[in-house]
Design a protein around this ligand. Structure first.
Ligand code: MN
Length: 501
């Protein structure tokens, strides 16, 4: 997704009470703020000043324009003077995109020796923004409130996070996710209500028989396979038996054929995410693991075993993280190390994104005991130490719940020479005992979308925009408080109902 084509609109609230000079000053200050934000170099999306609104019709017009403009992914509001908030009711009622309320003011400091009542009446966002905030709260509309001077790094940082999330939200509206095969039989946590997901998150999940992918695979030429294998040779260290002339080289070629077919299929269908199922591979040579790894690296969402919710989340988090320094991947809690704070080895059968590799991945071919297919190719690597977030969305029956765990990725104590898949080892905050227990109390999946570069703030902004429950597990979590939070939330969502979108 190209952020260059996107815009965030800046709308200033005021009223005509203060006369012509005030209006000119408000406009000049707004222009200066927008210019400073754009010049800061901190914001991934350009801010476009859409003028000062002084009446209900002007406010409604601004929001209606924002709703229908494809480039606009969200609106920032700021009340320079007092903007009586009943004027905002109609506009806010119809507004459908993300909203950020920037509680700032033009002057950074009070001009002690010069301040008079004219200055006070012009620069009064301290109370104008409270009036605006009241009506947004009264209307129960989710938004992000950012407080501080617009030139401050931290203020710009909070806006930048929200912008990335707003872009990911726009990306998810109408996003198509393709499932080859269904959800893995009998599995509960990766399944859910696809109608509710489309109403709530905006993405659409389609099913295709794997035979359609096989038909695409059969059209792939040997020359195309040659070219892609040459890319593999350049980007990865091939195991001796995977190299040309090696006993398993043909399996690498079959993996390339599957990747080309899968990529073409997703492009033809205009899909941004997909799922596979090791149980539904009729007509394919192997589980398309290498293909899934490489497609994830190119920004596609992926979920294994038909896990479409995780596929959507991986895609959404990849858009949020786009261009930032740090990878994002599908992962699965695999096995425990009960030592120290306790850690979890994260891996999957094959499908981990190489954007989280600590080194040049190795391309290897090994048998896969599940699925009854030929030996699949895969990229093998470990992941670097660092902090990140692991997130999942589960269907609680009456609502979706997002669960976010801050995790500390650590170096494995020793090499894992016999592990034939990519992996990451992490300590869930605050430690394994509390982190895993909280995750389980919340009903979290074994599958997650993990990112080194995103923080809880991104996930919170996303949950607010989507209007879904979010619970966070981090160093401040205690089990007794967390259990209470889950129970309070249960009551809140029962009272609120889920039938508002
Ligand atoms: Mn799995």
């Amino acid at each position: 997704m190209d952020f260059k084509n996107l815009e965030v609109w800046f709308v200033t609230g005021a009223q005509l009470l203060y006369g012509g000079d005030a209006i000119i000053a408000v406009d000049a200050h707004s222009n200066a703020i927008v210019e400073a934000l754009n010049k800061s170099g901190q914001l991934p999306i350009k801010v476009v000043y859409k003028g000062t609104v002084n009446s209900a019709p002007e406010i409604s017009a601004a929001f209606n324009d924002a709703n229908v403009d494809d480039k606009c992914v969200g609106v920032i509001t700021w009340m320079h003077t007092f903007s009586p908030a009943k004027m905002w009711i109609a506009g806010l009622k119809n507004y459908k995109k993300p909203l950020l309320h920037l509680h700032t003011q033009y002057n950074k400091e009070i001009p002690w020796s010069e301040i008079d009542m004219d200055f006070m009446n012009l620069n009064q966002s301290a109370h104008g923004d409270r009036e605006f905030g009241h009506i947004v709260s009264r209307m129960r509309k989710n938004r992000k409130v950012v407080v501080g001077h617009y030139e401050d790094d931290s203020v710009q940082g909070h806006i930048a996070v929200w912008m990335r999330v707003a872009a990911a939200w726009a990306d998810a509206q109408g996003m198509r996710i393709i499932r080859f095969g269904d959800n893995m039989n009998n599995v509960a946590v990766t399944d859910g209500d696809k109608v509710e997901a489309e109403l709530r998150f905006g993405y659409h999940v389609d099913y295709y028989p794997v035979g359609d992918l096989v038909a695409e695979q059969d059209k792939v030429s040997e020359a195309d396979v040659d070219s892609l294998v040459a890319v593999y040779e350049k980007e990865y260290d091939l195991a001796p038996n995977a190299k040309k002339g090696g006993a398993q080289h043909q399996q690498v070629r079959e993996a390339a054929r599957e990747e080309i077919a899968l990529r073409r299929f997703l492009e033809q269908k205009d899909a941004k995410a997909f799922t596979t199922n090791f149980d539904a591979l009729h007509g394919l040579n192997q589980l398309p693991g290498l293909a899934s790894q490489r497609l994830m690296a190119d920004g596609y969402g992926f979920g294994a075993e038909g896990d479409w919710k995780t596929a959507a989340l991986v895609r959404t988090m990849k858009v949020m993280a786009q261009g930032l320094n740090g990878g994002t991947s599908f992962l699965e809690d695999y096995t425990y190390h009960f030592k120290g704070k306790g850690s979890i080895l994260q891996a999957h059968m094959l499908e981990i994104c190489p954007t989280i590799a600590a080194h040049k991945p190795k391309l290897e071919v090994h048998p896969l005991g599940i699925g009854g297919k030929a030996d699949p190719a895969r990229l093998v690597f470990t992941s670097p130490a660092g902090t990140g977030v692991a997130a999942t969305v589960v269907d609680m029956g009456n609502r979706f719940r997002m669960i976010v765990n801050k995790v500390d990725v650590i170096e494995p104590e020793a090499a894992l020479p016999k592990l034939p898949v990519a992996s990451a080892l992490w300590v869930p905050q605050p430690n394994l005992e509390v982190g895993a227990a909280a995750w389980i109390y919340a009903g979290g999946t074994h599958h997650t979308s993990f990112s080194y570069v995103l923080t809880e703030e991104y996930m919170e902004d996303y949950a607010e925009i989507a209007g879904v429950e979010m619970v966070t597990i981090d160093n401040s979590t205690t089990i007794s408080n967390f259990k209470k939070e889950l129970r309070f939330n249960e009551m809140y969502y029962m009272l609120k109902g889920s039938l508002e979108y």
